[in-house]
Design a protein around this ligand. Sequence first.
Ligand code: UTP
Length: 297
Amino acid sequence: MSKPIRKAVMPVAGLGTRVLPGAKTVAKELLNVVDRPIIAYAVAEARAAGIEHIVMVTGRGKQALEDYFDHHIELEAQLAAKGKTELLAEILADLPKAGEMSFVRQMRPLGLGHAVWCARDLIGDEPFAVILPDMLMAAERPALAQAVDAYDKVGGNIIVVEPVAEEDTHRYGVVALEGGRENYAGRGAPTRMQAMVEKPAQGTAPSNLIVSGRYILQPEIFDLLSAQEAGAGGEVQLTDSMVKLMATQDFHALEYDGVTYDCGDKIGLLRANVAFALMRPDLGAEARSAVEALLRA
Ligand code: UTP
């Protein structure tokens, strides 16, 4: 039996250069999708997967992120006094229970691998999940829960992936499957991996399955990250240490059933706002009329 996945790391210390200048003062993870910050969706997803403790890796200027997960006494009192009980309940539902969430600082944004490494003492010697909150995933069964289902079947390390058009693979981390593309087991079925390539040159990608922002990793990754030198873009890359770990441990790729919105990108954030508004029972019809009117104009 594999050890259960109890903890999740959420790296939120990136500079968010693709959504500047706004990200200069408002962490991109606090940008709203409809009416709640991106990070709140990630926390809900982690909870739905049975995660008991979340470690946020934050950075300078991201204090508001911690405040979102704390009581706002004055606001709560005002809402209660005005009888806005539904809204109050919604706000309180996003709060963690005491001790369920930890925050650690990545003092310099040295890369995703370095951010995950900053959580090492809080994770300890057990397998854990990583959620990149800006990759917002809409799925009937939440994406991380699908990854945990796969982990319960095959153990080891799981990389959530999704297919993209062949000509777009050069922009992402791409997985190579054991035995090549013809061994691909299909969506929902974990397929053994052989390697991962960061941004392969056009026409050289080993598959069209890209790494999409949810991982289940074994704690041995931390030793490799400790020694990991800067790679692509001068940053400590999580991918480089995962590739090393593949020499001694099993990795499976899992294509999840859902849709990803890259909220770290202007158009991705726009798409997420439109799609999530359209999906909302209380807003969907109005959102549709608004979008249709804009397109007609
Ligand atoms: P991104 O690749 O989106 O980088 O990081 P970024 O800096 O946030 O944004 P851009 O590309 O400049 O616009 C992927 C995830 O890793 C975190 C980010 O916060 C994001 O959740 N990250 C990245 C860190 O926590 N620390 C880092 O040093 C780099």
